[in-house]
Design a protein around this ligand. Structure first.
Ligand code: PRP
Ligand code: ZN
Ligand code: MG
Length: 226
């Protein structure tokens, strides 16, 4: 669906955990930008590669619609939205091109600290709060468990205390948020980290050469970091 363009556009998180490391990675690849006053669009100076600063949740859709060519986004967000597309019969519209080695976290099931965990069968009939309904529904199906998924866009960890769910499925990094809400992690659904996402199809205009160069430079930067 993407129109012909001669500049590449990369979407990154405007603010949040992936924002700074994403910019640092792209800078290390030799990119530099002239910042606009609103700072949502940064015009590429060293190369014809522009930056779009957006909410991470919007990145998969921007690539799917051809508004952006690449995005730096958590695998969790990419997989969730791919799962949502699959559920309504849409084909994949983007793919993971590189794992970037920062923003590591896990999508986990967490239960009240006072519970004993005996395995997925225990979830039968319970209510699980999450911002990742597609990933969770697929996992529950694979486990052969019938539970209800309560979709929340944030503050998922408070749901058991409020009584709107029995347990949760959310991202865990340090584990501090779980501990603060008297929850304990019991199952990992997804190992996540920041990834470079891009289109499924190859470019057929001057973006092809630019994209190949960017990936080559990124591979060099990622190799040095290991
Ligand atoms: C994420 C995630 C958890 C928390 C986990 O939320 O949804 O709530 O971080 O991190 P921790 O294990 O180090 O405590 P974030 O603060 O990014 O905000 P959001 O939920 O609004 O996306
Ligand atoms: Zn988000
Ligand atoms: Mg949170």
């Amino acid at each position: 669906a993407s129109a012909t363009r001669d500049r590449l556009r990369i979407a990154i998180q405007k603010s949040g955990r992936l924002a700074e490391p994403a910019r640092a990675l792209l800078s290390a690849c030799g990119l530099s930008w002239r910042e606009s006053r609103d700072k949502l669009f940064c015009y590429g100076e060293s190369l014809p590669v522009d930056l779009l600063l957006v909410r991470d949740d919007d990145i998969p859709g921007l690539i799917a619609d051809g508004v952006c060519d690449f995005g730096v986004v958590g695998r969790n967000e990419l997989d969730e939205q791919a799962g949502e597309r699959a559920r309504i019969g849409l084909p994949p519209a983007y793919r993971e091109l590189r794992a970037l080695g920062f923003g590591a976290c896990r999508l986990m099931l967490a239960i009240p600290e006072s519970w004993d965990w005996q395995g997925p069968a225990q979830l039968q009939g319970l209510r699980i709060a999450t911002s990742y309904p597609a990933i969770l529904a697929n996992w529950l199906q694979a486990q052969g468990v019938d539970a209800s998924v309560v979709e929340l866009s944030g503050s998922v960890e408070i749901a058991p205390k409020l009584g709107t769910a029995d347990l949760i499925c959310d991202l865990v990094s340090s584990g501090a948020t779980l501990a603060a809400n008297q929850l304990k992690p019991v199952e990992t659904l997804l190992q996540s980290e920041a990834v470079l996402a891009g289109p499924v199809r190859e470019f057929d205009d001057s973006r092809a050469g630019l994209a190949a160069m960017l990936l080559r430079r990124m591979d060099g930067v990622l190799k040095v970091k290991d």
